[in-house]
Design a protein around this ligand. Structure first.
Ligand code: ZN
Length: 86
């Protein structure tokens, strides 16, 4: 029986990445780059990503929706400036 599983698509948990200025392999595509981004939280644990895979992973992971919801949550708490007393 073939036991080969396709790699799970990389999903980032946190948007917080660190720039890595060194010749390293991208964890997703496997190519070597001299500038990568390190993400501590993903569905694969800590990963190093090149610019291309970083963009793809961001699209896959966040897609705008979540961000929007978060912004609303943040802003919703403090938008009572225009509220009129009854
Ligand atoms: Zn890559």
């Amino acid at each position: 029986m073939a036991n080969k599983q396709p790699k799970p698509k990389l999903i980032l948990v946190s948007k917080r990445g660190t720039k890595v200025d060194a010749w390293m392999h991208c964890d997703d595509c496997g190519y070597r780059y001299d500038l990568l981004w390190s993400y501590a939280k993903s569905n694969r644990g800590p990963v190093l990503l090149c610019g291309v895979c970083k963009g793809l992973a961001f699209n896959r992971s966040f897609r705008g929706k979540k961000v929007d919801a978060m912004y609303r949550a943040v802003q919703g708490g403090r938008c009572d400036g225009n509220r009129k007393p009854r």
